[in-house]
Design a protein around this ligand. Structure first.
Ligand SMILES: [Zn+2]
Length: 109
């Protein structure tokens, strides 16, 4: 991966991050604000009762994936499959820059 590729993917990640945070805010703004604010400390069972929570949880999961990808960029380990250790191809990263797995490992579950 060239530095240019890395810069491109980094800006993709940052853009996606802003987008996700905006969507999370929109979700939490609509009536569910208090639920989500206190949700962190509560049990999983309670969170699943509200229909918006699973959506916001999946946004949160993606956000943490993006954060991890950005941290890996700083550490120089970005673009390496967490499962088999091989390089993740650019065409996969361009579609899914926060990906932790290479195409093969993704396909194998
Ligand atoms: Zn792999």
């Amino acid at each position: 991966m060239t530095d240019q590729d890395k810069e491109k993917l980094k800006s993709l990640l940052l853009k996606e991050r802003v987008d996700l945070e905006k969507r999370l805010l929109e979700l939490t703004d609509v009536d569910f604000g208090s639920d989500i604010d206190s949700g962190e400390q509560e049990s999983d069972e309670t969170e699943e009762l509200s229909s918006n929570i699973p959506v916001s949880n999946s946004f949160r999961d993606r956000l943490s994936d993006i954060d991890e990808a950005l941290e890996k960029m700083e550490a120089g380990t970005y673009g390496i499959c967490e499962n088999c250790g091989s390089e993740i191809s650019m065409d996969l990263l361009q579609v899914n820059p926060e990906s932790r797995l290479c195409k093969n490992c993704k396909a194998n579950g």
